[in-house]
Design a protein around this ligand. Structure first.
Ligand code: CUA
Length: 162
């Protein structure tokens, strides 16, 4: 009699265990956390973060910033400045917390801020996010570290911490 109870208990545990794995795999997706949010790569402007006027640097609170970027071959779009010139340098004070939000319009790109721990893979159809504290002063080059075509080496930008 007891064997039957234990057998049932064992089987039930196994089923529950498999359900948890299945649930985790399908519900949460097999992507890393930064890729949880999906986006239509052909219409990134539909997402609030990637509307042209919301690109680039915004101060959200004292010492807190966000930077929205659209990557495409072979450019990082940080929006334009007041003279309608493409922004290439992001300037933030030392010690600020910066949330980088980026997506790609075409192929897989990289987004690495050399000399910091910001290093993301940017996939079309997904939004990558990374928040970093800019501890050190200096100029940090943004590079694409995923080969994305002939202009791969031309993809760059800069973060200036002052
Ligand atoms: Cu973009 Cu390499």
């Amino acid at each position: 009699k007891y064997e039957k109870v234990w057998l049932t208990f064992g089987m039930a545990s196994l089923v529950i265990f498999l359900l948890i794995i299945g649930f985790a795999a399908f519900w949460k997706g097999t992507h890393p956390q930064s890729h949880l949010e999906t986006i239509d790569q052909n219409n990134v402007e539909a997402h609030d973060s990637f509307k042209p006027e919301n690109l680039g640097l915004t101060e959200v609170a004292d010492g807190k910033y966000k930077v929205n970027i659209v990557a495409s071959a072979f450019n990082y779009d940080f929006g334009v400045d007041k003279d309608e010139k493409a922004v290439k340098t992001i300037r933030v004070p030392q010690g600020s917390t910066v949330l980088f939000t980026i997506t790609s319009k075409d192929v897989v790109h990289g987004f690495q801020v050399a000399g910091t721990n910001v290093n993301m893979m940017v996939e079309p159809g997904h939004i990558s996010r990374y928040e970093a504290v800019m501890k050190n002063k200096g100029e940090f080059t943004i590079v694409c570290n995923e080969y994305c075509g002939i202009g791969h080496h031309q993809m760059f930008g800069k973060v200036e911490v002052y």
